[in-house]
Write a protein that binds this ligand. Structure first.
Ligand SMILES: Nc1nc2c(ncn2[C@@H]2O[C@H](COP(=O)(O)OP(=O)(O)OP(=O)(O)O)[C@@H](O)[C@H]2O)c(=O)[nH]1
Ligand SMILES: [Mg+2]
Length: 337
């Protein structure tokens, strides 16, 4: 299955919501106009006239009212107010007063979304450094451990040797979960007893990964801590300790975000940027959420690279982020209907 089809299937709820909303924006206005025909210049009449060559494709004039409806629709899809306003303003530029069909509106919207997303669609950079240390952070339940399993599997398939450090030492279940992922991915998982210091495990993992000649060391961290102060101290201690071994580490700090949290993802980026030197994002749970628009807001606001997106719970449910496919899937522009 092509990436687009898969994403479209998985993003169904986002794209249905946006796509249906866009359909309604044109169709409602046309239905309204037809119910109260304006003999001079009603959109119903005009669309009937214009629609001669394209039966079944009603058009609507791009005016203030339509822009407002578009803004509302984008905000309801979690694009955030600032981004929704910017995207609709860009769409309207040079097109005010023009008649547009739903398909044309979807295409324009997809184009704008793709333009915002293009600069952030970058895979996780790989360096010559051995081991390249990847610290994975994020709130409780965001999908850190799952993403590490998926990443380990992908890097391994690409011929890299990978080691995972189970840095969430607070829960025995967290270590077990990571061990299962390690088995699936065929990657060793370094663990420490429950309750032991994650920073010292990270250091031991550095030593081990170096001795093994590993290309990549993926370090999992705990999402659930008493408070932000604890989380900050924990993360900065891990960084401090691994820098004793390699002062350039960590080489990547991935922030994992759960798409279903919607606008809250923006707050999480702000918080984690204060706690750690976030170098890139992974957005999980894009399958089955109607909140995919938050990615556009994130890209627009922070410009951090989006390395990958999670589209399911299985090991191969992590995809590279493709801005055009994403934009089409989100807006329903790729629909043939
Ligand atoms: N549908 C879907 N579920 C996902 C995705 N990524 C992770 N999950 C699920 O989200 C839940 C939490 O994932 P974890 O990987 O345990 O999250 P975590 O960030 O490690 O959580 P803590 O260790 O508690 O901080 C699990 O049930 C995963 O299967 C995704 O892309 N799509
Ligand atoms: Mg975890």
């Amino acid at each position: 299955m092509s990436f687009f089809k898969k994403l479209k299937n998985r993003l169904t709820r986002s794209s249905d919501k946006l796509g249906d909303g866009l359909d309604a924006i044109v169709e409602d206005s046309v239905a309204e106009a037809e119910a109260t025909p304006d003999v001079d210049d009603g959109p119903g009449l005009v669309s009937r006239v214009l629609g001669r060559g394209t039966p079944g494709a009603p058009k609507r004039e791009l005016d203030d009212e339509m822009l407002e409806q578009l803004e509302e629709l984008l905000i309801s899809a979690d694009m955030g107010v600032d981004t929704a306003l910017r995207v609709t303003a860009n769409m309207a530029e040079g097109r005010f007063g023009k008649k547009l069909s739903t398909q044309e509106i979807k295409d324009l919207l997809a184009e704008e979304v793709a333009r915002v997303m293009e600069p952030v669609a970058r895979p996780m950079p790989l360096y010559a450094k051995k081991p390249q240390v990847v610290l994975v952070v994020g709130v409780n339940g965001a999908g850190k451990t799952t993403t590490i399993g998926k990443l380990a599997s992908q890097f391994r398939a690409a011929g890299k040797s990978v080691v995972i450090a189970a840095g969430d030492t607070f829960r025995a279940a967290a270590v077990e979960q990571l061990q299962i992922w390690g088995e699936r991915a065929g990657v060793p998982v370094l663990t420490a007893p429950e309750g032991s210091d994650p920073a010292s495990l990270a250091f031991d993992a550095m030593v081990q990964a170096e001795a093994d000649g590993a290309d990549l060391l993926l370090i999992d961290t705990a999402g659930r801590l008493q408070n932000r102060q604890d989380l900050m101290e924990e993360l900065s201690k891990i960084v401090r300790v691994i820098r004793k071994k390699d002062e350039t580490a960590p080489h990547n700090t991935l922030l994992v975000l759960d798409a279903t949290t919607g606008q809250n993802a923006l707050n999480q980026v702000e918080t984690f940027q204060k706690l750690a030197d976030v170098t890139g994002l992974v957005m999980t749970k894009l399958d089955g959420t109607a909140r995919g628009g938050v990615l556009v807001a994130l890209a627009d606001k922070f410009g951090l690279p989006i390395h990958a997106i999670g589209v399911g719970e299985q090991i191969d449910d992590l995809d590279a982020f493709d801005p055009e496919d994403f934009a089409k899937a989100l807006t329903g522009a790729g629909d043939l209907s």
